[in-house]
Design a protein around this ligand. Structure first.
Ligand SMILES: [Fe+2]
Length: 240
């Protein structure tokens, strides 16, 4: 039996990451996947990046937040997001990242794949052919079918929409773990998934667990970051 922990859109929510890891501490995972967007909005990007950098068997890719941070660090202009309260979070992150963590981000791919238990798995922030595409459970099935046909994977692991789903289309499994650190559905609990592979059988299960939201809010306050994000963490809603 191969066991894989799937995390995505952690958004520097290290308190949530710690709670998840504690919850699954009995498991011995063969891989830990991070679908990207593990920086920006929370004030713990260094702790979050370090955790992945210090582990073996992790499969990490860049999300749009990391791609933007790397642009800022190269001295390029940040075109999006346009809202000032969002931009401030990107600049705060880029100013506070430790050099070793910047180096780690620079080493990461935008998408990747691996084979485990004879199953080929692709890992994307958006989708196989569009890193900015956002898929939801109600995205027309034709789109999932096209991805199933075009890409050489039995399992697609994706992030970006902050919406948990598990769909099987034409024998291809599509899994979004939801957001570990910034859910938008009105339930502030952390979302993640566990994938199991046994003799060619694939199963995935989602989890939602509470984490200490106040630790995130304290981090925002200490760094004088916009109040709207405290409300976002408390309500589990996207407010801007
Ligand atoms: Fe995200």
């Amino acid at each position: 039996m191969k066991k894989i922990l799937i995390l995505g859109d952690i958004h520097a929510n290290y308190p949530a990451l710690q709670v998840i890891l504690n919850y699954v501490r009995e498991y011995r995972f063969d891989r830990i996947i991070n679908t990207g967007d593990f920086t920006v909005y929370g004030t713990f990007p260094n702790e979050t990046i370090q955790w992945f950098n210090n582990r073996k068997k992790t499969v990490c890719i860049l999300g749009n937040t990391e791609r933007r941070i790397l642009r800022i660090l190269k001295g390029k202009k940040l075109k999006r997001p346009k809202k000032e309260e969002k931009r401030v979070m990107y600049f705060w992150t880029s100013e506070n990242l430790l050099p070793n963590n910047v180096k780690y981000l620079k080493s990461l791919p935008r998408q990747t794949d691996f084979i485990i238990g004879n199953i080929r798995i692709g890992v994307f922030h958006g989708t196989y052919d569009d890193e900015n595409e956002t898929l939801f459970p109600d995205t027309p099935e034709t789109r999932f079918r096209k991805l199933a046909q075009d890409a050489p994977y039995r399992v697609h692991i994706m992030g970006h929409s902050h919406t948990p789903y598990y769909k099987i289309v034409d024998g291809v499994h599509f899994i979004n773990p939801g957001s570990a650190g910034r859910m938008f559905d009105g339930d502030p609990r952390a979302s993640f998934a566990i994938l199991k592979i046994f003799s060619g059988e694939i199963t995935a299960v989602h989890y939602r667990i509470p984490y200490p939201v106040e630790a995130m809010i304290k981090g925002l306050k200490q760094n004088r970051l916009p109040d709207i994000y405290a409300k976002m963490y408390r309500t589990g809603r996207k407010l801007n």
